[in-house]
Every structure is written in structure tokens, then in C-alpha cells.
Design a protein around this ligand. Structure first.
Ligand SMILES: NC(=O)c1ccc[n+]([C@@H]2O[C@H](COP(=O)([O-])OP(=O)(O)OC[C@H]3O[C@@H](n4cnc5c(N)ncnc54)[C@H](O)[C@@H]3O)[C@@H](O)[C@H]2O)c1
Ligand SMILES: O=C(O)C(=O)C[C@@H](O)[C@H](O)[C@H](O)COP(=O)(O)O
Ligand SMILES: [Zn+2]
Length: 371
């Protein structure tokens, strides 16, 4: 299957390409030379993690060196451990020690954790240098590498510090997905399902039909799922780059509970995508109670998640603690938690939910798990 290209054209930003295809990693350097803001750069810093580095760093570096870049690299811990202020410091100090100048380029080679950390390092080093995202997980190809949200976690909650920093280029080599463990595959499917549900009927029915092909990693289905997600996300971000116009919040469907699950259970216990899937199931409770979500839609969503290998999670916490963490969510206003609720596929609204209602629904949700 030939590589595909999606152009992300956000007002006020340089347009950038998302290149998706088998083997595109080997053309990373030459592709970057074709991007005007990267063409004259000399220094490249590749940031990767302890799992991805041994698998793909040599290939990335060879391609970059062949294109004439002087390449250094830094390896960070795998997973959420990398998304901390401590690790951010452990990246920024060596950047200065390497004497990287303002025209250097940071290349994020890894999943969403590397991408969020490296993007934030690029946003802050010398007040901002270019970043190229090279996503290596399904989740990062369908979601995190595009749109410019970067950042790290605080002990109070997920992604509580960060910056909007659009990449100059995104290089998604679908071949590297072959080494992705099954848990991480399902995790990516969580964000694919989210995107289909907020996009509309066409994507939702396609995904419902193709769920087993996606689970089995059939190349055509996987490439199509990635392309559909990127096209949709690019359109949303182009309308609302900084989530300030009431459009981008849709990408947060399922995330109100998801981020609470991730924080309370200890980052990394449940993957982000599994938490998002659970969060969509919980958001359906809110949707049915407060936002005209038909029960049939909640059932269809549940079926899709089951079919994608995302069963309900067996986690538990005190409702009061969950509510407390939810109040740190970036969608909350004046202490009021707000959920993205669906009233049809592709039709959503941001719903204020009273504390008492959240507590009641959490009680019932946990009670149902115990039955
Ligand atoms: N910025 C955004 O818009 C955005 C969007 C969605 C999610 N996120 C964030 O992304 C993070 C999750 O990203 P993720 O699911 O990619 O997790 P991740 O980065 O932790 O990667 C998952 C695991 O797979 C390993 N891995 C990565 N690529 C591999 C490969 N090709 N072969 C073998 N192993 C590989 C990693 O080392 C890690 O252990 C969360 O922190 C989430 O908050 C950000
Ligand atoms: O790009 C966005 O916008 C998203 O909300 C995508 C989400 O999948 C992603 O998890 C994001 O990091 C969540 O953002 P946050 O602002 O709630 O931290
Ligand atoms: Zn997410």
C-alpha cells in the first residue's frame, strides 16, 4: 500500500504533513529536508524510550545522518514515567550540554508518552525549537502525534503542565507497529473508537464492520483507521487549536473519568486507551441521564469496545476521591465538572454535571462491577 499524506493546516501555524505508510521511517531525513523550516537545520536530537530505542533508533539515526543532520539522542524511561517534570529536566539539561542551538530539531521517536514529553521539551528549550513527531504506537499514530498538545503529569493530575506545540512534520511508519504488544494495540483502539464515535456515522459504521480486521492488524484496515483518525483530528484542531472555541473538547470524550482512573490507580497501571474506553462507558451514563443519549447508542458503543478488545475494567476507588480528581480536569469551570456527552454518533455537547449526580452514578457504577 503506498504511503498517504494528510496536510494539517491550522490558522496561524505552518501547515505540516502527516506521512503514513510502510517503511517511511527510512526516508525520515530526506522528508525533513523537504520541509522549509527544517531544511537548513544542522543539529537533530532524537528523544526515544527504553523499549523503542533498541528497536528503531539506529534506523532513524541512519536516515537523519544520510540527510546531513548531526544527530544526538537521549533515551528516557518507557511509559508514563517519562511524563514528569523530573524527566523533563533530564532532557533539557543535556540539550544545553550538547550546545543545541535555536535552529535544532527535536525528533520524538516513540509512543504518546515520548511525544508529549519531547514536544514539551521542544516547546520550552530556548523558548521553542522545531519538533518532528515519529509515532511508534497505534495510539500515537491516530491521536497524540497530531494537534500539538504536549506536556507532562503533575502529582495532582494528568497533563496538568504543558504547551501547544505543533510539529513541523509527522512520520508514521506502520511497519513498526509489528512489534507493539497486544495491550498497547488495544490501547490505541480505544482512541480509534473515540474518534469514530465523535466523528460520525460513516466512520462509526466502518469501524463497527472492520473491528475484527483492526484487532487482527490487517494492514489495509489499520492504514485506513489511522488516516480517518488523522483527517478528523486535523479538521477539529484547525477549527480550535487551543481548545478555546468549544470545538476541540470533543477529542476529550471519555477522558474525564479516564484521567481520574490513570491518576488514582498509579499512572501506567491501566493504559490511557483502556482508561478512555472505560471513560466512554461512564460518559454514556451521564449522556443517558442528562443529554438525550439513546440507550441503543450506549449499547452500540459498548459492543464496539468489546469487539475492539476493550472489556470493562475491574477497578474501584472511593467516589469522593474520583470526584475530587475530576475537579482538576481542564474542562471543569468554577469547580463544576463537565463531561463530553453524545446524543448521537458525531453529535456531542459539553454537559455540566452536579457533584451529587456524579457521586450517585459512581456509586451505581462501582456497585454494578461488584455484582
Ligand atoms: N498529545 C495528545 O494529543 C495525546 C493524545 C492521546 C494520548 N496522549 C498521551 O499519550 C500517552 C499514551 O501514549 P501511548 O499509548 O503511545 O503509550 P506509550 O508511549 O507509553 O507507549 C506504550 C508502550 O509501548 C512501547 N512501544 C512504543 N512503540 C513501540 C513499538 N513500535 N514496538 C514495541 N513497543 C513499543 C513503549 O515503550 C511503551 O512501553 C498518554 O500519556 C496520553 O495521555 C496524548
Ligand atoms: O488532542 C486533544 O485535544 C485531545 O484531547 C486528545 C486526547 O486523546 C489526549 O488524551 C489529550 O492529551 C487529552 O488532553 P487534556 O487536555 O485533557 O490533557
Ligand atoms: Zn486521549
Amino acid at each position: 500500500m503506498p504511503a498517504t499524506r494528510v496536510v494539517v493546516n491550522i490558522p496561524g501555524e505552518d501547515a505540516y504533513n502527516v506521512r503514513v505508510g510502510a517503511g517511511v521511517l527510512d526516508a525520515l531525513g530526506s522528508s525533513m529536508r523537504g520541509v522549509p523550516v527544517l531544511a537548513d537545520a544542522r543539529q537533530v536530537l532524537v528523544i526515544t524510550d527504553a523499549n523503542v530505542g533498541p528497536l528503531y533508533l539506529a534506523r532513524a539515526k541512519a536516515s537523519l545522518a544520510q540527510a546531513g543532520y548531526r544527530v544526538s539522542d537521549i533515551c528516557v524511561p518507557a511509559g508514563e514515567e517519562a511524563k514528569s517534570l523530573t524527566v523533563l529536566g533530564e532532557v533539557l539539561e543535556p540539550m544545553a550540554a550538547l550546545a543545541l542551538e535555536r535552529d535544532c530539531v527535536v525528533v520524538a521517536l516513540g509512543g504518546g508518552c515520548v511525544g508529549d514529553l519531547a514536544g514539551f521539551a521542544a516547546a520550552t528549550y530556548m523558548r521553542g525549537v522545531q519538533v518532528v513527531q515519529v509515532p511508534t504506537t497505534l495510539l500515537s499514530m491516530v491521536d497524540s502525534s497530531v494537534g500539538g498538545k504536549t506536556g507532562v503529569n503533575l502529582s495532582a493530575g494528568k497533563n496538568l503542565v504543558g504547551a501547544f506545540k505543533q510539529p513541523a512534520f509527522v512520520c508514521a511508519d506502520t511497519e513498526v507497529l509489528a512489534t507493539l504488544p497486544p495491550r498497547e494495540w488495544a490501547c490505541g483502539c480505544g482512541e480509534v473508537a473515540k474518534t469514530a464515535l465523535i466523528d460520525g456515522d460513516e466512520f462509526f459504521f466502518w469501524l463497527s464492520d472492520q473491528a475484527s480486521a483492526v484487532v487482527d492488524r490487517q494492514p489495509d484496515a489499520v492504514s485506513e483507521a489511522i488516516a480517518r483518525c488523522v483527517v478528523f483530528k486535523a479538521d477539529v484542531v484547525a477549527q480550535d487549536k487551543t481548545e478555546s472555541r468549544g470545538v476541540r473538547e470533543c477529542l476529550n470524550y471519555g477522558h474525564t473519568l479516564a484521567h481520574a482512573i490513570e491518576k488514582i490507580s498509579g499512572y501506567g497501571t491501566y493504559s490511557h486507551g483502556h482508561a478512555v474506553a472505560e471513560g466512554m462507558r461512564f460518559a454514556a451514563r451521564m449522556g443517558m441521564r442528562l443529554a438525550d443519549m439513546p440507550v441503543e447508542l450506549a449499547q452500540a458503543q459498548g459492543q464496539l469496545l468489546d469487539d475492539l478488545g476493550l472489556p470493562e475494567l475491574g477497578w474501584e476507588a472511593s467516589p469522593a476521591q474520583v470526584l475530587d480528581v475530576m475537579k482538576r480536569d481542564k474542562k471543569a469551570r468554577h469547580g463544576q465538572v463537565r463531561f463530553v456527552c453524545l446524543h448521537d454518533v458525531g453529535q456531542w455537547r459539553l454537559q455540566d454535571v452536579a457533584d451529587g449526580v456524579i457521586l450517585e452514578e459512581l456509586e451505581e457504577y462501582f456497585a454494578q462491577k461488584r455484582r
